[in-house]
Design a protein. Structure first.
Length: 279
């Protein structure tokens, strides 16, 4: 993964994307959302993930503005919802997103799902245009299977920078990770704590106890070692700090392999949103 190795500070990949981000889905109370973004940035996070569909872009923007961190040091990502994927809608709703976020540009703009109004020839040229206009720095996709990614690569002028998909010890995305390495894009792992399911897994619990670490930290350390950029959602200052501390947790090869071997289930925790639902 030459383009995505971690740089010496352990915070940012050599391609500029911080290796651990803050997720914000269901962080809907505006004050709480702004507070958690501010707290995370002041704790050291430099990557914030939101989406049009989360209804919190304004609060995320407030949190970024309130933090004692320069905007240019924050890697900000949002996503265009599936009903907004016709050409003009991509342009107009992204301009609205920037206004809500209170920024001139975002670092990464994703197609949220290849569903709804998504049509590669219609949708993706609008992403290229936004990039040409300097309103977005990189183009991402989310919930794309390998064939969707390859189609997007054919249509886009710009590279596909990242594919954001559910990734955690019970949904390892092994094939997609290999595809990403082969085709030179990043995997951003959502629901990296399996929405709480990592807390009652025996293997993860044993490894956590051996290190005096939390199960969340073990899951995040495994993702980091497997080349995945994780974006755990955390609302409280304690969870935000706990997840950030995963950066200092080094698992042994044997521990990483034990987690690779977990066969609890290998399915998405969002089955309703899976490929069967969008095709
Ligand atoms: P997640 O990050 O796996 O889990 C979040 C849950 O874990 C919350 O209930 C949170 O509680 C709790 N938590 C966080 N840190 C903890 C800790 N150290 N100890 C104990 N509990 C902890 O799930 P997610 O929100 O589904 O995924 C993360 C982000 O990925 C989302 O917020 C969103 O930005 C993105 N996402 C993207 C898509 C997509 O289609 N692209 C889909 C789903 C998610 P508190 O809130 O109380 O801290």
């Amino acid at each position: 993964m030459p383009s995505s190795e971690q740089s010496a500070d352990g915070v940012t990949r050599t391609n500029g994307m911080p290796v651990l981000g803050l997720g914000t889905w269901e962080n809907e109370n505006p004050e709480q959302c702004a507070d958690s973004v501010e707290t995370a940035l002041e704790a050291g996070y430099r990557h914030v993930d939101t989406a049009q569909a989360y209804g919190n872009e304004a609060a995320v923007g407030e949190g970024i503005a309130a933090a004692d961190v320069d905007r240019e040091d924050v890697f900000l990502a949002t996503k265009v919802w599936i009903s907004n994927l016709a050409y003009e809608d991509v342009i107009e709703t992204t301009e609205e997103s920037l206004e809500k976020l209170g920024v001139d540009a975002v670092d990464l703009l994703y197609v949220h799902w290849p569903a709804g109004a998504y049509d590669p020839e219609e949708t993706l040229p609008a992403f290229d245009e936004l990039r040409d206009r300097g309103l977005i720095d990189r183009i991402g996709v989310s919930n794309f299977e390998p064939d969707h990614v390859e189609r997007a690569m054919d249509v886009l002028d710009a590279p596909v920078f990242a594919n954001q998909v559910e990734t955690h010890p019970f949904c390892k995305q092994t094939e997609l990770r290999e595809h990403a390495e082969e085709h030179g894009y990043e995997i951003v792992g959502y629901s990296p704590l399996a929405r709480g399911a990592v807390f009652d897994d025996d293997v993860i619990g044993e490894i956590a106890a051996d290190h005096g670490a939390s199960a969340a930290q073990v899951s995040l350390a495994w993702l980091r070692e497997r080349g995945v950029t994780a974006i755990p959602k955390a609302t409280s200052a304690d969870h935000i700090a706990d997840n950030w501390a995963s950066r200092g947790l080094d698992l042994t090869d044997e521990e990483l392999e034990r987690i690779d071997g977990i066969e609890r289930y290998d399915r998405r925790v969002h089955p309703d949103f899976g490929p069967d639902a969008w095709e």
